[in-house]
Design a binder for this molecule. Structure first.
Ligand SMILES: Cc1cc2nc3c(=O)[nH]c(=O)nc-3n(C[C@H](O)[C@H](O)[C@H](O)COP(=O)(O)OP(=O)(O)OC[C@H]3O[C@@H](n4cnc5c(N)ncnc54)[C@H](O)[C@@H]3O)c2cc1C
Length: 428
């Protein structure tokens, strides 16, 4: 039997890496606190069908895919409505979250992975130098390597010794607290677009949507820092007054959740441990794509684990995983992180100006390249709103740093060079 690997939590990237490592002869066990039928939210999510190829899973049937929505964006004051940016919608689709889990679990089991449900992990188990296993409600489980796929509140990551250098706590201010439910529609007419998103809606710093699907509407309320029932109620009331078809009868979902909304952690590996998915904040801080990043990181992690086997899974050998991940995604992540910082720091009044003066378009939100007429439009908008200039100067400085960070990621493990790079990345 191959070396023993424990995957903490049945996160998407963890299940993907487990399947690949199982197929290469490792003895892989996933420990998950929920029961099998509780996995996955009761709604569909936006992702790419091709993501499943990365982990060797079968793709969902074409007829189970729903087309991506073209969403209109409201300014906070709801006086400006920005049209969708169509280019991004080419390949993205909606897939039921439960179906994503069916495919990933079937693939893992087919490759010999054992999944133990209903067992809560309490912490990592470590010696002075490395992670040696996990502590569960049933006792200690030792292994050669731990993959942490237990989501943003992972008890494994949070209990690692500080000296291992991996960020333990993700700030609430870097977290989008969410409520999502599908509500019955009553058939009333609305002149508003069918798919609407809102920034800084009803006084909360965040992002909401109402997606009218005919018989029902998909509603999301998302706020940075905190979200309580009162915020949700207030937001739903406002939605009902604008979108008269929206009733208060929940058909699906109705769950609170959390999304890390910050750049990926600056360190993903230490001796005998690697982190993946939401636990590593593998996300584009504006557009999400957590499932895409998690699944596409899985083969990078599996390859690095195979390479690191002979050396005893040292941080040095596992570095390749981190290098491959950042080499592929850092530009996208930091671009999003810079824009997210602008949108969350600028305040409601200034954000309204970005919309009214046509400085912010849906294309900007999705990283589209600016044409010359668009640039001229934005520049004249900026000149007429000088209060925005400091924010844009800060944004420009940050965007310029992306190239430097990208070009200086150490390809080979060098402790000093890595420490310097991590410092620069953390202070981005
Ligand atoms: C409202 C909402 C909408 C979203 N929409 C999208 C979307 O459209 N597209 C997209 O790509 N992403 C979306 N996401 C984000 C997406 O859910 C995550 O990025 C993605 O699931 C990757 O996270 P993960 O699999 O690493 O972690 P998780 O999905 O959090 O999975 C972690 C697993 O670990 C288990 N676990 C946690 N703690 C323990 C413990 N102590 N012991 C044992 N097991 C444990 C959990 O039960 C869970 O099964 C959305 C999230 C929310 C909340």
């Amino acid at each position: 039997m191959g070396k023993k690997i424990i995957v903490a939590g049945a996160g998407h990237g963890g299940l993907g890496a487990a399947a690949i490592l199982g197929s290469r002869g490792f003895d892989v066990t996933v420990i998950e606190q929920k029961q099998r039928d509780e996995l996955g939210y009761d709604w569909y999510d936006c992702t790419l069908a091709e993501n499943f190829d990365a982990v060797g899973a079968g793709r969902p049937d074409e007829d189970s895919l729903l087309p991506m929505k073209e969403i209109y964006y409201f300014s906070p004051a709801k006086t400006v409505l920005v049209k969708p940016y169509k280019r991004i919608f080419k390949k993205a689709v909606y897939i039921e979250r439960k179906l994503i889990y069916d495919l990933l679990i079937e693939n893992a089991e087919k490759n010999g992975v054992k999944i133990i449900y209903g067992v809560k992990i309490l912490s990592a188990v470590c010696d002075d130098e490395r992670v040696t296993g996990i502590l569960t409600q049933n006792g200690e489980m030792k292994c050669d390597f731990v993959i942490d796929a237990a989501g943003m509140d992972s008890p494994v990551r949070r209990s690692l010794p500080e000296k291992f250098g991996i960020l333990r706590e993700i700030d609430d201010d870097d977290t989008l607290f969410t409520f999502r439910a599908f509500y019955r529609n009553n058939g009333a007419f609305s002149a508003l677009p069918k798919y609407c998103a809102y920034f800084y809606h009803c006084g909360h710093r965040g992002f909401d949507w109402v997606i009218n699907e005919g018989d029902y509407s998909d509603v999301l309320v998302g706020a940075l820092g905190k979200l309580d029932e009162d915020d949700v109620e207030k937001t739903l009331e406002d939605f009902r007054s604008d979108h008269k078809y929206l009733t208060d009868e929940i058909l699906r979902g109705g769950q609170y959740g959390k999304i890390p909304l910050r750049k990926t952690l600056s360190k993903l590996v230490c001796n005998s441990y690697a982190v993946i998915g939401d636990s590593a904040s593998m996300i584009e801080p504006l557009s999400g794509s957590g499932i895409t990043l998690s699944l596409n990181s899985a083969p990078m992690l599996a390859d690095a684990v195979c390479e690191a086997e002979n050396g005893g899974y040292c941080e040095k050998d596992l570095w390749q995983y981190q290098y491959d991940y950042f080499n592929k995604y850092i530009k996208m992540i930091l671009h999003d992180d810079a824009l997210k910082s602008l949108l969350t720091e600028i305040g409601e009044e200034n954000l309204n100006k970005l919309f009214t003066k046509k400085i912010l378009s849906a294309k900007d939100l999705y990283g589209g390249k600016m044409s010359i007429p668009e640039f001229i439009d934005k520049a004249s908008g900026m000149i007429s709103a000088p209060g925005l200039v400091p924010y844009f100067t800060k944004l420009a400085v940050r965007l310029k740093k992306i190239d430097v960070l990208y070009k200086t990621i150490p390809e080979k493990y060098d402790e000093t060079a890595i420490a310097e790079w991590i410092n620069k990345y953390d202070s981005f």
